[in-house]
Design a protein around this ligand. Structure first.
Ligand code: NAD
Length: 483
């Protein structure tokens, strides 16, 4: 079954930071793919905006090189690439100066959707927002897309929200979290709220525990100095993992409508019990036979920043009281894997022999690799061996079922199409971001005050052993990290 392509309205999209790494690797290749499939209308326009002199021709050459580098050769049909490049323009602009802004105006058309993507450092968000307004470039229905990190703590997130709110209304601001653009994440909502099967079981009576794992095999690499000021908690937990947790734990919204969904997510964050040091394990990767240690990567052997974190969280509301949520994320782990595992309770009474086998049902939602879901159910082992039970997956790997178009499109390109459609459901609202920081701040402060040192762990492992103990205490275990 092929995925259906529904074109979006005509638009002008200005990418501030249009010559940056994110634009090269994700935004422009993603837009090209939307163009080649017919979702981006042929008359839509993309205007790169960045510091430095470049003309439209130079920008087209720059984008052509990015497409060649980051797209599979089969994706770059020369005629499509030429038509796409024809849609591009460039405007040199300094976010902190006045040059270039008035020159941008004639490049924008009236009567089409107008969106501005802030793919620049958050320290420039306020300057750009202000100049868009003072130079008359933004209308009441123009949209802005802002990148992460959205704040370093609650105070800085509030300051950023205030800077944007001075020039744009909340319904114009799209705070991007690319995890929410993943096909499986959206499917999580479809599966929960589009079927009668799951929702009656979706609570502490039937769900024993929930696990969220985001494991990377890479270290901090060239981002060492940035990462050392951030760490796994700020880089992954406060945003991506928190968002996933909200989608699993939220109440059914009355409608699949941006504010209805975001209201429910916000309630989850507010119901989260405070994070405690007793239920947290922080780690730092040690050196491997041919890989540097975290200290070497960040060039700071007194660093107290974690490259791994595992936590047991609890949500104090009727639905979830008593069901632990275990989350973990780390660098230099044994495999690259992002998945959510919902483990249901065992059957209340087994009619089979104690040694027949079988295990509780699990719903495994894989974000990467091989986006998809499987529901593990117990069946009789086929054959004449008597009543022996095994668990088998009812598998839904998107690539096999719906073809590469559904599986292969990237989260960024889906989210940009949502911006053009004016749909904010998969973007974080300002109060959500602040609530997530309000939950994160106290534990970050405690680590800092107590000078907690993360525990070293072997590269290529599942993190420090203490993370396993976090679950063993209650007789549970992490699902193994394997790609
Ligand atoms: P980058 O340093 O590669 O590019 C920055 C861009 O901003 C360049 O185009 C530069 O010309 C432009 N710029 C810098 N100062 C400017 C100014 N004063 N006026 C106008 N333009 C200016 O950065 P990046 O890696 O592309 O990241 C951009 C944003 O996206 C950051 O907020 C980053 O945290 C976020 N982000 C990046 C990635 C990634 O994979 N690169 C992933 C997630 C989030």
């Amino acid at each position: 079954m092929a995925a259906r392509i529904i074109p979006v309205e005509d638009f002008d999209l200005v990418i501030f930071g249009g010559t940056g790494d994110l634009a090269r690797r994700k935004i422009l290749p993603g837009l090209y793919r939307r163009f080649a499939t017919g979702q981006m209308p042929p008359e839509a326009r993309i205007i790169g905006a960045a510091r430095g002199e470049m003309d439209a021709e130079g920008y087209r050459a720059f984008v052509r090189a990015a497409l060649n580098e980051f797209l599979a050769p089969g994706d770059c049909a020369p005629a499509d690439v030429a038509r796409f490049l024809d849609r591009l323009d460039f405007q040199s602009v300094d976010a902190r100066g006045e040059g270039g802004w008035d020159e941008m105006k004639p490049k924008l058309r009236e009567g089409v959707v107008r969106a501005f993507y802030f793919s620049v450092s958050p320290s420039l968000f306020g300057d750009i927002a202000e100049r868009l307004r003072t130079h008359g470039l933004a209308h009441r229905d123009s949209r802005i897309v802002v990148e992460k990190p959205f704040g370093h703590d609650l105070a800085s997130a509030k300051a950023l929200n205030a800077e944007l709110a001075a020039h744009f209304a909340e319904d114009q601001i799209y705070r991007i979290d690319h995890y929410l653009g993943k096909e499986t994440v959206q499917n999580l909502m479809a599966v929960r709220f589009g079927n009668i099967l799951f929702e009656p079981l979706w609570n502490h009576q039937y769900i024993d525990n929930v696990q969220i794992t985001v494991a990377e095999t890479v270290g901090v690499g060239g981002r060492g100095s940035y990462y050392d000021h951030s760490g796994a908690m700020r880089d992954m937990v406060q945003n991506h993992i928190m968002q996933l947790l909200c989608l699993i734990a939220m109440e059914p919204p009355a409608k699949f409508d941006p504010d209805a969904v975001r209201d429910e997510k916000l309630k989850v964050i507010r119901a989260l019990d405070p994070a405690t040091r007793e239920h947290t394990v922080r780690g730092q990767y040690a050196a491997g036979s041919d890989t540097p240690s975290y200290f070497d990567d960040v060039e700071n052997d007194a660093s107290e920043t974690e490259s791994f974190i595992a936590m047991q969280l609890s949500i104090s509301n009727w639905r979830w009281k008593g069901t632990p949520f275990f989350i973990r994320t780390g660098k230099r782990m044994k495999a690259r894997l992002s998945e959510i595992v919902i483990t249901f309770q065992p059957t209340p009474h087994s009619i089979f022999d104690a040694d027949a086998g079988g295990m509780p049902n699990q719903l495994v939602i894989r974000l990467q690799p091989n986006e998809g879901m499987d529901l593990r159910v117990t069946i009789k082992e086929p054959g004449p061996g008597g009543m022996r039970l095994i668990d088998v997956p009812l598998d839904m790997t998107f690539a096999e079922r719906f073809g590469q178009e559904a599986a292969g499109s990237d989260a960024y390109e889906r989210l940009i199409m949502d911006v053009i459609r004016g749909n904010q459901t998969l973007f974080m609202r300002g109060d959500e971001v602040e609530a997530a920081w309000a939950w994160t701040d106290p534990i970050l402060k405690e680590w800092e005050e107590k000078h907690d040192r993360p525990i070293p762990y072997e590269p290529g492992s599942a993190g420090p052993d203490q993370s396993l103990a976090l679950l063993h205490r209650s007789g549970r275990a992490w699902r193994e990290i394997k790609a």
